[in-house]
Design a protein around this ligand. Sequence first.
Ligand code: SF4
Length: 287
Amino acid sequence: MPTVAEYNSPVMPTWCPGCGDFAIWSAIKQALVAEGFGPKDVLICFDIGCNGNMADKINAYVYKGLHGRVIPAAAGAKLANQGMPVLAIAGDGGTFDEGMQHFVHSIRSDYDITFIVHNNCDFGLTTGQPTPTTWEGQVMNSAPWGVVEKRLNPVKLALSLGASFVARGFTGNLPQLVSLIRSGITHKGFSYVDVLQHCPTYNHFQDHHWLSERVYDVATKEDYRNERDYAYSISEIADDGVATGILYQDKESQSYMQQLPYRKEYSSNLIDEVKGYDISASLAEFR
Ligand code: SF4
């Protein structure tokens, strides 16, 4: 049985004291262990940003790519090796500014990856500029008169695009976050886990206390229904309540590879099938 200690790296975190990244870091490790996966069983892909500083602080197969481009790398790896859990980690800035198209098309394709967004409403690594999830009117670095753009709601967007798994967690509730990531890993298809992450250095408007007073678990609602329209109706980050938990899951969903008609007769992995071909000439071009 794998242990959390196996995931520990000798490189110590450099996040600001009190940063929500510590909770996400812990939740990812705990979720993988709880699902029985050790560091050699998984691939974790990171975007650029404070989230990406986790890449050398977790002992596993990791990949760190260009800003906003983590999803294509993760999806490609998963298509090649269906037997390996693949997690993609990014921030709200990289995802909903530079990487928006990848988010849209991965939901359409239902690539079988778990996508975890550190949603802290700012670009933290570059010192607190606004992202698409920053509150309208909020004063930020590079927006000294307040953000004029309308705020984007990632959960609402994912639901409207037809995502088969949409969850929202909070870095102040570690057990729930572990549970959401576990459910995302076992889901067949694209699982989106939006994490309301505390950034005490640059986000003083939607901070830990603001969120703590408003979050509730949808599972505790008497009228909760696992329906897309219902999830949509409770998806706002509102002053009178912020829904967390699995907001919607299509439990019958199939991954992209499962849906491809010509792959139905295959039980093998692309990484094994390619061994039957001589690709040395192609590889030589990159040497
Ligand atoms: Fe965390 Fe914000 Fe500091 Fe980045 S800037 S490490 S997100 S507290």
